[in-house]
Design a protein around this ligand. Sequence first.
Ligand SMILES: Nc1ncnc2c1ncn2[C@@H]1O[C@H](COP(=O)(O)OP(=O)(O)O)[C@@H](O)[C@H]1O
Ligand SMILES: [Mg+2]
Length: 243
Amino acid sequence: MSNVMAVKTDNLIKTFSGMEVIKGCNIHVPKGCIYGLLGANGAGKTTIFKLLMGFLIPTAGEIEILSMDVMSSQNEILKNIGSIIEVPVFYEHLSASENLEIHLAYMDIVGDIPSILDMVGLKATNMQPVSKYSLGMRQRLGIARALVHKPKLLILDEPINGLDPMGIREMRELLIRLKDEQDMTIVISSHILSEMEHVADIVGIIVNGVVVEEITLSEVKKQFPNGLEDYFFNIMNGGAKLV
Ligand SMILES: Nc1ncnc2c1ncn2[C@@H]1O[C@H](COP(=O)(O)OP(=O)(O)O)[C@@H](O)[C@H]1O
Ligand SMILES: [Mg+2]
């Protein structure tokens, strides 16, 4: 992990029809880490990710991605981000390789499809149509597609939602491998405490549109040997600030 920030927001605010949904968020994601944005359904995780990607325009505040301003450098930033924000959509009757071929052609880039599929634990030789894939395989194919342009930053909204225990384990191993082997910075959201514990280096806790705490997992474990759950409920019960 480095001191250089891959993502930094300053007093980020987003209102929808006069309703403030993101209420002054300050997020700090160091390069090379897995950052978990943890919060209940409706807390604002997806909205924040859409703001980071430039899909939504902030009502106020600043966003810096890889030291660039999101508003003025959106194209340059998008070249360096891979993301899955909504459920990934594929050509169901085609194989994983064929889906990636179409994507590469559309993006007008050259990529090594077998090695990308290998990286996410799918086989280029698997000619099954995607319609036969498990949810976990679909998520991993979505990540493969998000990786073809070799992004430095990967943003995944609830990547383990709906996965079975095997799928969750495979996803966890994949994320850690991407961080370790590709030096990628990964931002994921989840409302599942135990999962973040297994994969994140840092968690940001979001409650009703505010990131109330950012803390490293090692610090959580030092203060709460039983882990993230005790830490989280301490915060939710208005516990003392820990950092
Ligand atoms: N386009 C929108 N228009 C109005 N309200 C929205 C819109 N998108 C999200 N919201 C509201 O913002 C809040 C946060 O939503 P969201 O970011 O999807 O939360 P999360 O991803 O943490 O479940 C919710 O109350 C949701 O209803
Ligand atoms: Mg969401």
